[in-house]
Design a protein around this ligand. Structure first.
Ligand code: DP6
Length: 335
């Protein structure tokens, strides 16, 4: 028997950053985090999985290149999917998986989030896995669990050793705040020098800022930003988003040896946004940077035209301005 599923999944952009693990194998975080899921018109992963009795082994291709399917993360995902399967149980079925990103991979644009979210979704469909699968996506890449839902999503860090309470939960659907937009500015699409996985491990071991961040700063911000989302309070939402991005990069800079993901263009964009907000007299747009120099700007609809023209003025050839996106409620689109 041959079965096949193809699907697309979007990236998510964290406003409260996940950085540091309490369990490297189960991918359990040191802090909760929160993100918005982007509409998948542009930044998305498309994955096809085919299961067959005649395949002799599992295999995986990412953007046309064969990957090591025996890595701990793929194996954790595959084993968990198979242990919860309700389909393809009769005989041993190996699976061949083909995945492509339509945006730079590993450039700090959450490619592992959409990648593993998509992978887990297609495998869950193929093997008939029911119930919450965000915890399986988490086994592939922590941030992937947040891409399993649309709108605003939090990943509760949980406290249990087996990770059963470390799951993603939707805070609000996209339709709750349809006025919210995201502009992505690709400053550099090269693969980053320090992966998120390595970087956060080093920060957890060496940055003096981590303790307070995990114990008080992030828990307080999670409560405040969730309330800001419920109340459509962009001022608070934007303020916390920028502060958490700044703190995250400060954590990286205080890691031994230091990690620098931002470059001069990133800092130029940060200054531009602070100056714009100052002139406006309130927070009208907010930047956030993941583990790379590329800027993601959250902003309400009323600021979009002005902010886009500001970027075009400062980057006249339009280079870097990728597009602006809305959120989504429809996370997985079957192809
Ligand atoms: C800076 O989810 O890529 O984007 O769990 O090791 O795969 P692993 O890390 P990953 O880290 C993402 C870090 C971040 C912040 C975030 O998305 O919350």
């Amino acid at each position: 028997m041959l079965a096949s599923v193809t699907c697309t999944a979007p990236v998510n952009i964290a406003t409260i950053k996940y950085w540091g693990k309490r369990d490297e194998n189960l991918i359990l975080p040191l802090n909760s985090s929160l993100s918005g899921t982007l509409h998948q018109d542009d930044l998305k992963t498309t994955t096809t999985a085919v299961a067959s009795e005649s395949f002799e082994e599992d295999a995986l291709w990412l953007n046309g290149k064969k990957e090591d399917v025996n890595s701990v993360r793929y194996q954790n995902v595959l084993k968990t999917i198979r242990s919860r399967a309700t389909k393809l149980m009769d005989k041993k079925h190996f699976v061949h998986i083909c995945s492509i990103n339509n945006f730079p991979t590993a450039a700090g644009l959450a490619s592992s989030a959409s990648g593993y979210a998509c992978l887990v979704y297609v495998l869950a469909q193929l093997y008939g896995v029911e119930g919450d699968v965000s915890s399986i996506a988490r086994l592939g890449s922590g941030s992937a669990c947040r891409s399993m839902f649309g709108g605003f999503v939090k990943w509760e860090m949980g406290t249990k050793a087996d990770g059963s309470d470390s799951i993603a939960v939707q805070v609000a659907p996209e339709s709750h705040w349809p006025d919210m937009n995201i502009i992505v500015l690709v400053v550099n699409d090269k693969k980053k020098e320090t992966s998120s996985t390595d970087g956060m491990q080093r920060s957890a071991q060496t940055s003096a800022m981590m303790k307070e961040r995990c114990a008080t700063t992030v828990p307080e911000r999670m409560v405040t930003i969730e309330r800001a989302i419920q109340e459509h309070d962009f001022q608070t939402f934007g303020d916390i988003t920028m502060k958490d991005s700044d703190d995250f990069h400060e954590v990286c800079a205080t890691t031994d040896p230091p990690i620098y993901y931002l470059n001069d263009t990133s800092r130029y964009i940060m200054n531009l946004i602070h100056r714009y907000n100052k002139l406006a007299g309130s927070v009208r747009c907010a930047y956030t940077f993941d583990a790379g120099p590329n800027a993601c700007i959250y902003l309400p609809q009323e600021s979009v035209a002005e902010v886009l023209s500001l970027f075009l003025k400062h980057f006249p050839a339009g280079e870097g301005v990728q597009n602006y996106y809305r959120g989504t409620d429809e996370v997985f689109a079957k192809v």
